[in-house]
Design a binder for this molecule. Sequence first.
Ligand code: NAI
Length: 209
Amino acid sequence: MQKSSRVSEAVIRRLPKYYRYLKDMQKSGVERISSKELSKKMGLTASQIRQDFNCFGGFGQQGYGYHVSELCDEIRKILGLDKEYNVIIAGAGNLGQALANYVGFEKEGFNIRAMFDVNPRLVGLSIRGVQILDIDSMGDYIVNNEIQVGIVCVPKAKAQEVTDEMVKRGIKSIWNFAPVDVEIPENVAVENVHLSDTLYTLSYKMNED
Ligand code: NAI
């Protein structure tokens, strides 16, 4: 299986969903699944699924379908979830603490090493063993601890400044929860997570005639 350099954004966006479904099936002991069954479960057409998997050299065999564990492992590798990452969180307020409290990220290799905040009442505390440190020490911490991923949970007005510091110190991946699309250089990956966008979409659907 080869990663093609021209995999479209749309395919990349579907991979986590494939992974989620396959992981659940693997956990429930499902050994194999036909492309028809998988497509029904996922609300995609069988041909769409085949096309998506063809971007990576294709999995599955005619007449057999997909071997769930193998496919799940392949997608895990494609997503880079077979590795370990060092992660920090900037902003140890409600959201930052909630993320630090969640055990699911480390199960997939995202190890939260420290949190950073400006509030002296938070500095020195620990959340599930993760220390909250002064934001002024973030830059050196990134360099000294080979941090690859920065999670931004500061207020909107501070998000760009915090992101810039992360990038300046060598972080190559930003997961931003502040309600602003932060700007980053081309060689840095960013995912802006705007939770309220989905809430507003829900609101639209609720109010559709
Ligand atoms: P919060 O006010 O509880 O926490 C923000 C934290 O950032 C505070 O502890 C504050 O001291 C710290 N901070 C402020 N300036 C800083 C700086 N320059 N460097 C480091 N830390 C700094 O806010 P909350 O609820 O945790 O939200 C954080 C961000 O996530 C906000 O941008 C918010 O809009 C966004 N968000 C929050 C959601 C939520 O469910 N709580 C949902 C969606 C987005």
